[in-house]
Design a protein. Structure first.
Length: 427
């Protein structure tokens, strides 16, 4: 028995009965490419943060505006995206999201040419708008493509490929972005320094041009694919009466959990390169530190593959609480130690982060019936935590130091442990 996995997904929304299991498998294989791509593009922000911090001579708070603009798009776009997907179907929502993401990547080229930080932030917002639409369409689609009692397992499996993207992205970024960075000579003229900064800014052009092309190809592929249709959600009754998804306590608490989890994960990931570059931690160059970031996201990938198997047999809520407790311990070690102990403890957080997002997401959607689409939009709205909390941690890093700033995520994981033990249970 899968424990509370039976409660992890909307049991009411099913793929059309005439669609075969083979079609489900083909659709899931196609969807994993999306999870890979948005994992890749999101993790690449962890490389952009130290790179643009250097190019524009920013403090930590200013650098975290990158995450504010990227994850702020979730707050602005999620609910309209839910309405859009409901109107044009999951499939065409995916196609629209991919096309907008391609435009966002292409906008990095003029931003780099003009070397204007605000243009980079605008490009990130457009890119994130496309990713948000993908999230709203693809996450609930995965939960309905197959038996409801294995929905959490399926979402963890597809999220594992999301983590494959986040594992590869730091290598890609270190090779094509950070390795292109140059250091101006000590006696360089202002004009030479400016030329150096312009060259560094231009390092993002080729990688994001490649990504724009990849998104366009995927959009064309999904437009041509025949994916299983899902039944009209409005014909299905929810777990209990009510006029809105907001009336479900476990959904609202789950949205808080998503806010805090994404905020904590992005905060930790955003600071990894700068943290590992500290003399009392690992004293690595930014390019070398970026390679170690892959251990953080690689741990998440391994945890999701393992979790997709284990969570068929253990309670989802207890697994969530256990992992949150493990992360709290690792963060305490990170704050209280230096050198390799602090370095490996912060990198190990990725392994225990692994199951958190898909598990909170699927637990929160349980029993919403015809409000599932609205519930998915609310949960994606809560991803704005990735915009807010990194800026707060950036402010802490500027005032009390980057080391002690890792105290902040501990509060987030304490709440996640509560949600796993108690908060996810429907009232």
């Amino acid at each position: 028995m899968a424990g509370s996995a039976t409660s992890s997904a909307p049991t009411s929304v099913r793929a059309s009965a005439h669609q075969g299991q083979g079609n489900y498998q083909f659709a899931l294989i196609a969807l994993t490419s999306l999870f890979f791509m948005w994992g890749f593009i999101t993790c690449l922000n962890d490389i952009l943060v130290p790179h643009l911090k250097s190019v524009f001579q920013l403090n930590y708070t200013q650098a975290m505006l990158i995450q504010l603009c990227f994850f702020g798009a979730y707050f602005v776009v999620s609910l309209p995206a839910g309405a859009l997907v409901k109107r044009i179907t999951y499939k065409w929502g995916i196609v629209v999201g991919l096309a907008i993401a391609a435009v966002g990547c292409a906008l990095f080229i003029p931003a780099a040419s003009h070397r204007v930080y605000a243009l980079f932030l605008g490009a990130l917002f457009v890119l994130a708008t496309g990713i948000t639409i993908l999230q709203v369409a693809a996450n609930p689609y995965v939960t309905v493509l197959g038996p409801p009692d294995t929905a959490a397992s399926r979402l963890n499996l597809t999220q594992a490929f999301n983590s494959l993207g986040t594992t590869i992205a730091p290598y890609f970024g270190a090779m094509l972005i950070l390795s292109a960075a140059t250091v101006a000579a000590a006696n360089a003229t202002p004009e030479q320094i400016d030329a150096t900064r312009l060259a560094e800014a231009g390092a993002v052009k080729f990688p994001y041009l490649l990504l724009a092309a990849a998104f366009l190809v995927l959009a064309a592929v999904f437009a041509a694919l025949k994916l299983p249709e899902v039944e009209d959600e409005e014909t299905i009754e929810p777990m209990r009466g009510g006029g809105s998804a907001w009336q479900y306590r476990h959904l609202v608490l789950g949205a808080v959990g998503i806010f805090l989890y994404v905020g904590a994960e992005v905060s930790v990931g955003s600071f990894l390169v700068n943290f590992l570059s500290q003399p009392d931690i690992a004293h690595l160059s930014e390019a070398d530190a970026a390679h170690y970031v892959s251990y953080f996201w690689g741990g998440a990938m391994i945890g999701r593959f393992v979790g997709s198997l284990i969570m068929r047999h253990i309670d989802d809520g207890k697994a969530l609480a256990f992992n949150a407790g493990a992360v709290i311990i690792l963060l305490v070690i990170t704050v209280l130690t230096t050198g390799h102990a602090a370095m490996w403890s912060v990198l190990a957080i990725g392994l225990f982060n692994s199951i958190m997002f898909p598990t909170i997401f699927s637990l929160a959607l349980h029993g919403l019936g015809k409000y599932t689409s609205q519930g998915s939009g609310i949960l994606c709205l809560a991803i704005v935590g990735g915009a807010v909390l990194p800026v707060i941690q950036g402010g802490l890093a500027d005032t009390i130091g980057i080391h002690l700033a890792f105290l902040m995520p501990i509060i987030c994981y304490l709440y996640i442990a509560f949600y796993g033990l108690k908060g996810h249970k429907p009232a």
